[in-house]
Design a protein around this ligand. Structure first.
Ligand code: SF4
Ligand code: SF4
Length: 439
């Protein structure tokens, strides 16, 4: 039987009932100076120096952009040291001992409504650049680059779909702070000249619609509406969200701005609001610990907090004799991480702890479920076979680069084949071959 599906259990119902545990006073905060997008970086502080909340402590550097890094507490720089990141790679960190005073840096001063009304597009771009804002829906793409489009924009879409199972940080944000999202959306509409704003959420989350519709009554001058999109996975993939929210089909690899659309994750919009209104970088975020290997807890924490400390607060792992699988992010697109001794960054949403129930891949039964379920209409099983044969030409012809690593093919495969891993590996090997031939 072919299992064709885009509907997957999301495991969120119980998580959404959890009260939020505020843990914003970690004793030590850790800031990686590089990350996956920015392989270079430098600090501008020295050991022993006192810093304030929101103070610049370094800069991450990529080929075409830089991302400032800010302290999220006040306190003393106690070390620059190498530690492992979530991929197990050694990277440079700055470590701050929290003085628990939360003294704000002098630059963090609210803008008046008159000042905000006078901001130009160039100002919005500059603000988001200086605050180091990046896409919080998982992309980590610099916000200022998106805002800096010279294309005419008709509509800005706020992506609140959060389709990955077990993730509820956007949900918590929309339920607790809808005005941050709405104001961030208004700022991006003003910056881009868009007349229309759309907040996209899943059909089944009527509770969010009630909260946002109520909050929207305070903004009668703006044409903003909540649109319910499909419950299927991956309805939160940018192009799928745009299609569901405004009915526009944008081809893969094309910029949405070329079609008059900007799309931002709702958490990103909240950071834009804070940056514009309060001149504040991202200091805190919602973070969830879930899975069957640990007591589930929904946190609000400072960026730089060690996840290991949150695991301890959650009571440690259940059934310590059973080995655990740790996933940062969602179970479909998240990253397996070798250790919980990693830190919350701007883009960290969740840790899922699974009891490792061992199972083995079985041979492919040629059911084609992976092919029928793939949202970008490529053929995972054929790609896997081409990879195993080392056939790079076939990988290219099979369009492996269209893969968005959504995880659906692995999910539906009755033989439990980790197809998404094969897709990642295929893309990587193809990239290496193409880079070598371009040299
Ligand atoms: S992981 Fe890639 S190949 Fe697999 S279903 Fe998603 S897009 Fe298709
Ligand atoms: S790889 Fe899995 S889902 Fe795809 S055809 Fe084979 S058995 Fe079916």
């Amino acid at each position: 039987m072919i299992m064709k599906t885009r509907m997957i259990p999301d495991g969120k119902a119980n998580l959404k009932k959890l009260p939020v545990y505020y843990h914003e006073n970690a004793e030590y905060l850790y800031y990686p100076i590089t990350n996956a997008r920015c392989p270079e970086g430098e600090t501008c502080v020295i050991d022993g120096q006192h810093v304030k909340v929101g103070e610049l402590i370094g800069t991450r550097k990529a080929a075409f952009f830089e991302q400032p890094i800010h302290s999220t507490v006040s306190g003393k720089i106690i070390a620059h040291e190498k530690r492992h990141d979530e991929f197990g790679k050694l990277v440079n960190y700055v470590i701050i001992k929290n003085d628990m005073q939360y003294t704000m840096h002098e630059s963090i001063v609210d803008r008046s409504e008159e000042e905000i009304a006078a901001l130009t597009k160039a100002d919005f771009v500059e603000i988001t650049k200086d605050m180091g804002l990046v896409g919080l829906g998982g992309s980590g793409f610099p916000t200022y680059i998106k805002l800096n489009t010279n294309k005419p924009i008709d509509v800005v879409v706020a992506n609140g779909v959060e389709c990955e199972p077990y993730l509820i940080s956007d949900y918590e944000l929309m339920m607790n702070e809808p005005h941050w999202v709405i104001k961030g959306l208004i700022y991006t509409m003003r910056s881009s000249g868009a007349k229309k704003g759309v907040i996209a959420i899943k059909k089944k989350y009527r509770d969010i619609k009630v909260v946002i519709d109520f909050a929207l009554k305070e903004y009668p001058d703006y044409d903003i509406e909540v649109v319910m999109v499909g419950n299927h996975y991956p309805s939160g993939w940018e192009l799928e969200t745009v299609k569901g929210a405004i009915g526009k089909k944008i081809p893969q690899f094309e910029l949405t701005a070329n079609h008059g659309v900007l799309i931002f994750n709702v958490s990103t919009l909240a950071t834009i609001f804070k940056a514009v209104k309060h001149r504040m970088p991202l200091l805190q975020r919602f973070f969830t610990i879930s899975g069957n290997g640990i007591e589930n807890v929904s946190f609000r924490v400072r960026v730089g907090t060690r996840i290991k400390d949150l695991v301890d607060i959650a009571g440690g792992y259940k059934d310590p004799a059973i080995p655990k699988v740790l996933v940062l992010g969602g179970p479909m697109m998240g990253t397996n991480t070798p250790s919980d001794d990693v830190v919350i960054t701007n883009t960290t949403t969740s840790l899922i702890v699974f009891n490792n129930e061992e199972y083995f891949e079985e041979p492919c039964i040629h059911c084609a479920a992976c092919v029928y379920s793939c949202p970008v209409k490529i053929e995972p099983v054929q790609i896997m076979n081409a990879l195993k044969d080392g056939d790079m030409e076939a990988l290219e012809l099979l369009n492996v680069n269209k893969c968005i690593e959504c995880g659906l093919c692995s999910f539906v495969c009755p033989s439990k084949i980790h197809l998404t891993d094969y897709m990642r590996q295929s893309k990587q090997e193809l990239r290496e071959v193409q880079n070598a031939s371009n040299r």
